[in-house]
Design a protein around this ligand. Structure first.
Ligand code: 5GP
Ligand code: ZN
Length: 142
């Protein structure tokens, strides 16, 4: 099992520091975020230490993703939320603070005051084609 000595989430996985662990599978586990954005805010992490989602082997990523609908149903039932956000911050630029990859599942209720800026733009002529071509070049194996 790949772990990083000074990683807080590796320590939670190893049960060396306490957390409210609510789900476990072969590849991952989910526990309550200690500083929740709303009651029931969950973190879903792989057991192995990977800093970023883009480094996670596909079978592990698949097993984690497979758990999300079931965790979401439990979240809705347990918290009486009306919905939830699934969020993953990849890299400090995107807001990642703990460098062990984790999905956030954040319960949402009307008027909860949570949210983020969604400054939608528009492509100038030809730019979408350029970006699409760059994507195609970057993922020849998909
Ligand atoms: P990030 O900004 O990296 O996407 O989110 C890190 C999350 O981990 C934060 O929401 C923070 O509250 C949570 N967190 C940080 N340290 C601990 C801890 O020791 N235990 C638990 N349960 N959550 C933690
Ligand atoms: Zn770790």
């Amino acid at each position: 099992m790949a772990r990083k000595e000074d990683c807080i989430f590796c320590k939670i996985v190893a049960r060396e520091i306490p957390a409210f662990v609510l789900f476990e599978s072969e590849s991952g586990l989910a526990f309550l975020d200690v500083n929740p954005l709303s009651d029931g805010h969950l973190l879903l992490v792989p057991r192995d230490h990977y800093e970023r989602l883009s480094e996670v082997p596909p079978p592990i990523a698949a097993e984690l993703a497979e758990a999300i609908p079931c965790l979401g149903r439990a979240l809705l039932a347990a918290t009486k939320a009306e919905g939830f956000n699934v969020l993953l911050n990849e890299g400090a630029v995107a807001g990642q603070v703990v460098p062990h990859v984790h999905f956030h599942l954040i319960p949402r209720k009307s008027g909860d005051g949570l949210g983020y800026r969604w400054n939608a733009g528009a492509y100038q002529t030809g730019r979408a084609e350029e970006i699409a071509a760059a994507y195609k070049k970057a993922m020849p194996d998909i």
